[in-house]
Design a protein around this ligand. Structure first.
Ligand code: URP
Ligand code: ZN
Ligand code: ZN
Length: 468
């Protein structure tokens, strides 16, 4: 199968020019001006942007969490992703305490088997180094293409690890070339605050935020940075939500330490007051870290503009409001934490980042595709439009209006964080390794087309298809 994408505005993290892209099989064969080549399919991209497929480094599909399981499996999650221009993501394998890493990885491979529509890699969420996985087993994961270890410094009694586990994992990462990811919040202090709130009869959704103040995100972020320095491991702080966490990352990066951070789409748009919405609607916005006070939103825009933060993910962790979020009707601590987002990251960042003049198109591509690909060992196979790279391409119509709504989304969730927002700009054709996934609002691909990607070690390149 060959595809010729003609006359589009090709935008990568570095370039912005008009040209043609010729795809042969699963890779980009040629990029040039006025390519005169026959192809099985010709896409007229005049007036459109030609972007590398977006890469989402932070998602939770089919994951047991908070007494239930996230509502999107690999098919519905990937369908949502594809419609939103995301062609690759890295999902979290969760080691349940007592389980070996091999068992955990097998469980997650089985979840995606026959269901995947886009490509994906896996991070390993380490919860137990004593009774379950060993340090030796952890050290062997990068050989299987799992080149990032995730640790939760919060969710006491569930996923949270102590500092010993965090530090030992960092030491292993320093040896194996894995990247350490942290959910940075002080879980011990949060646990005390939750117990105190419930004892005082404070059960409504907004207590989710009041028991997780930004200072506790800042404290844990700084602790992780200092521990990573001592261990000599590179560190990536996930879902940064507030100034208190941005500041230590800015400091670390100014010093030249190996520290990176991401924020997520929702932190630019949803603030604390959403949690106070009546009739339990506030529960839709119970995710962690919680929505913050509004002034943090400008802090985050500044941080992504100035490379204090290097990526924007979705932290897609979708639940139903009716039936799952309602588990916490009488107790905010029982509301499953998480929200949908995979479908709308490009829509929202294009509208309110690029069109609003906060970032340019190159930076948008960098934040949504190139940097996640580079940081997580996928580049240059993913994350750019260049000869030899996988033909993961989004033909994006910058004039197409799109109304964001749960009624038309592809996630199985029954709500959307950005309900009712109309954006100008939407993917029109989405290719995965040369296969058309989405064509003018229609899903073309069948489940099973998505591949598991063995990622390169931190700082290493994943060779383009041509050199494989
Ligand atoms: O609320 C969230 N973010 N749920 C997913 C798990 C996590 O902390 O990333
Ligand atoms: Zn988290
Ligand atoms: Zn997450």
């Amino acid at each position: 199968m060959s595809v010729l994408i003609k006359g589009g505005r090709i935008i990568t993290a570095a370039d912005d020019y008009t040209g043609d892209v010729y795809v042969e099989g699963d890779r980009i064969a040629m990029v040039g001006e006025s390519l005169d080549l026959d192809a099985d399919r010709v896409v007229d991209a005049s007036g459109k942007y030609v972007l590398p497929g977006c890469v989402d480094p932070h998602t939770h599909l089919d994951m047991p969490f908070g007494g239930t399981v996230t509502i999107d499996d690999f098919t519905s999650g990937h369908t949502a992703a594809a419609f939103g221009g995301t062609t690759c993501h890295v999902d979290f394998v969760i080691q349940t305490p007592g389980q070996s890493f091999a068992e955990a990885l097998d469980t997650w491979h089985a979840k995606r088997e026959g269901k995947a529509i886009i490509d994906n890699g896996f991070h390993m969420a380490v919860t137990d180094l004593r009774e379950g996985g060993s340090l030796e087993e952890l050290a062997r994961l990068p050989e299987q293409g799992v080149t990032s270890y995730k640790l939760f410094m919060a969710y006491k009694g569930a996923l949270m690890v102590d500092d010993e586990t965090l530090f030992r994992t960092m030491e292993v990462a320093a040896e194996t070339g894995a990247l350490v990811m942290v959910h940075a919040e002080n879980g011990d202090a949060i646990d005390v605050l939750i117990k105190q709130a419930l004892a005082a009869g404070n059960t409504a959704p907004h207590y989710h935020a009041l028991t997780r103040p930004p200072e506790l995100e800042g404290e844990a972020t700084n602790r992780a940075i200092q521990l990573a320095r001592i261990a000599g491991a590179p560190l990536y702080v996930v879902h940064v939500s507030c100034k208190e966490a941005v500041d230590p990352i800015a400091h670390a990066r100014e010093k030249g330490w190996d520290v990176w951070g991401e924020t997520c789409t929702q932190y630019f748009f949803v603030d604390y007051t959403f949690l106070e919405r009546p009739d339990f609607e506030g529960a839709k916005y119970v995710y962690t870290p919680p929505p913050r006070s509004r002034e943090n939103q400008e802090v985050l825009w500044h941080a992504v503009r100035s490379d204090i933060l290097s990526a924007i993910s979705t932290d897609h962790c979708a639940f139903l409001w009716d039936g799952q979020k309602t588990m916490g009707k009488d107790d905010f601590s029982k509301i499953p934490n998480g929200a949908p987002g995979l479908e709308n990251r490009l829509h929202m960042i294009h509208e309110f980042g690029v069109r609003a003049g906060r970032i340019n198109l190159n930076r948008m591509v960098e934040l949504l595709s190139t940097n996640p690909a580079k940081l997580f060992g996928l580049y240059p196979r993913k994350g750019t439009v260049a000869p030899g790279s996988d033909a993961d391409i989004v033909v994006f119509d910058p004039e197409k209006r799109h109304l964001i709504s749960a009624a038309s989304q592809h996630s199985k969730s029954d709500y959307n964080l950005f309900e009712g927002i109309e954006v100008t700009g939407s993917p029109e054709v989405v290719l995965l390794r040369g296969n058309v996934l989405v064509d003018n609002g229609e899903l073309i691909a069948e489940p099973g087309i998505g591949q598991f990607v063995e990622r390169a070690a931190f700082g290493q390149e994943l060779l383009p298809t041509a050199a494989r």
